[in-house]
Design a protein around this ligand. Structure first.
Ligand SMILES: Cc1cc2nc3c(=O)[nH]c(=O)nc-3n(C[C@H](O)[C@H](O)[C@H](O)COP(=O)(O)OP(=O)(O)OC[C@H]3O[C@@H](n4cnc5c(N)ncnc54)[C@H](O)[C@@H]3O)c2cc1C
Length: 457
């Protein structure tokens, strides 16, 4: 028996160390479309910060790579194992430790799934505002990738909600950052440095997040447009109304057709308009007062018409919920249609129209199909890339990311760099900033055991 496995069994309990055939396929990959599955040397399932610490002391002394793993719903290959490494699955650390109503705060172990946190917060009249498309994802994974999602246009992304962390460093030392307070000005902000570090700096074992009061009323408006350009140009003007939409999403015609077909939904859109519409805008308004919400939604609708929408539809609650769920699942629709890659470029909101035009040109230059949707209010565009030839597809991805960066954007708005996007990141990021990031990595993890090969080589 592998002596490493024996020792790990001593640290966390034999039955919590999986090797060989006991390692299920779910541990070998995440949901990235371009990163191949890898079987690790072992999967280890610690139950506490103390056990995580002991595993890291052991792995660090032997230079064994450690891949932290949440639910594996990531889209950048970040939780993909390395062959001689250990997957550190946080699945036994799944408790919500506290919902503090007075401070409007939740304290969670890392493997609390979003769906569980949503339900626990709702019970207290509160809401956890981060809503990436996959609610089986974990809070720890969200911290790993700085997840965003559809509500970011109003509430921001994960880092705006994380107030404190418990984290285990590569050498096993435990740090506690931040706390149950909403502001801090005491030295470097290590909480924020760890958010989005994709498991490369420390293993997160506890997360303190902000909750917000749950607002009881929502209205959803769907607006078909003749051109995608009109939709993307409308975004900054809709934000500028000050009506503060909860969601502001664009969906192109192909994506809309696929998600409607998959979900067998009929939104009641006039067939003549449906034939002409090349893009849709989905807007959601929330608030305390039902009449006010309706009035705000109507104003957004009027503004959308002024900006070129052919019509606006106030969706009934059930249809709205179904459409939002179907939009969340658009990744699966793209995957089942044969997409080879998905990019999540972010650009300044006012540059989305230029970015979409550039993306259309990149696709035409390579005779590739590029379709998508996006958190348009945030300037975050999700594009699925279709081309049978991997090398050409890679050029298309590169072209799309370059176009985004040239418009003042970034390679990834919310999925992270992971393994999947690191070559593009290395090519497009400022080398000075890259070197500074490598120095930070060396300071936290001098032996490079934590997610080696993630973000950069
Ligand atoms: C259908 C679908 C829709 C999606 N929609 C969105 C969206 O709208 N917005 C969005 O932002 N994302 C979206 N995602 C991506 C994904 O859900 C997020 O990236 C999520 O944050 C991953 O959480 P996870 O628990 O699955 O993490 P994993 O995939 O397991 O891990 C993600 C990264 O975090 C690291 N990590 C995990 N746990 C820890 C820990 N405890 N300590 C340190 N590092 C850790 C991992 O090593 C890895 O690098 C979507 C994914 C799918 C499949």
């Amino acid at each position: 028996m592998d002596s490493v496995v024996t020792e790990l069994g001593r640290l966390v309990g034999e039955k919590h160390v999986l090797v060989g055939d006991a390692i299920g396929p779910e541990y070998t990959h995440d949901e990235s479309l371009t990163v191949a599955a890898v079987s690790p040397r072992a999967v280890v399932r610690p139950a506490s910060t103390d056990e995580v610490s002991k595993v890291l002391v052991f792995a660090n002394a032997r230079r064994i790579p450690i891949i932290a793993r949440g639910a594996g719903t990531g889209l950048s290959g970040g939780a993909t194992p390395v062959a001689d490494g250990i997957v550190l699955s946080l699945e036994r650390m799944h408790r919500i430790l506290e919902i503090d109503e007075e401070n409007q705060i939740a304290v969670c172990e890392p493997f609390v799934r979003l769906s569980e946190l949503y339900a626990a917060a709702e019970d207290k009249g509160l809401m956890y505002a981060i809503m990436p498309g996959e609610s089986s994802a974990t809070v720890g994974g969200n911290v790993g990738t700085n997840a965003g999602g559809m509500q970011a246009v109003k509430y921001g992304v994960t880092r705006h909600h994380v107030l404190g962390l418990h984290a285990v460093l590569a050498d096993g030392r435990v740090i506690r950052t931040g706390g149950k307070f909403v502001k801090v000005s005491s030295g470097y902000d290590l909480t924020q440095l760890l958010v989005g570090s994709e498991g490369t700096l420390a293993v997160i074992t506890q997360v303190i997040v902000k909750l917000v009061p749950r607002l009881p009323n929502r209205t959803t408006v769907l607006a078909p447009f003749i051109t995608l350009e009109e939709v993307t140009s409308a975004i900054p003007k809709l934000v500028a109304t000050g009506l503060g939409p909860l969601m502001l999403e664009y969906i192109d015609m192909m994506t809309m057709a696929t998600i409607l077909q998959r979900s067998k939904m009929d939104l009641g859109i006039d067939p003549k308009l449906r034939e002409k519409a090349l893009a849709y805008l989905l807007m959601v308004v929330e608030g305390r007062d039902a009449e006010r919400v309706e009035a705000d939604a109507a104003q957004l609708g009027e503004k959308a018409i002024e900006l070129g929408a052919m019509d606006v539809y106030m969706l009934p609650a059930t249809a709205a919920r179904q459409l939002i769920e179907a939009r969340e699942q658009s990744f699966w629709a793209a995957k089942s249609a044969g997409a080879g890659d998905v990019v999540d470029v972010v650009v300044p909101r006012a540059s989305i129209a230029k970015f979409v035009a550039a993306a259309t040109q990149v696709a035409a230059n390579h005779q590739a199909l590029v379709v998508g949707c996006g958190h348009a209010g945030d300037g975050n565009v999700h594009l699925a890339v279709f081309h049978g030839d991997t090398a050409v597809r890679d050029d298309v991805t590169k072209g799309l990311l370059r176009a985004g960066v040239e418009l003042g954007g970034a390679v990834s708005g919310e999925h992270g760099i992971g393994v999947a996007k690191k070559a593009y990141f290395a090519a497009l990021e400022d080398p000075v900033k890259l070197e500074l990031q490598r120095s930070i990595k060396r300071a936290f993890d001098p032996n490079n055991i934590l997610n080696p090969g993630n973000i950069f080589d």
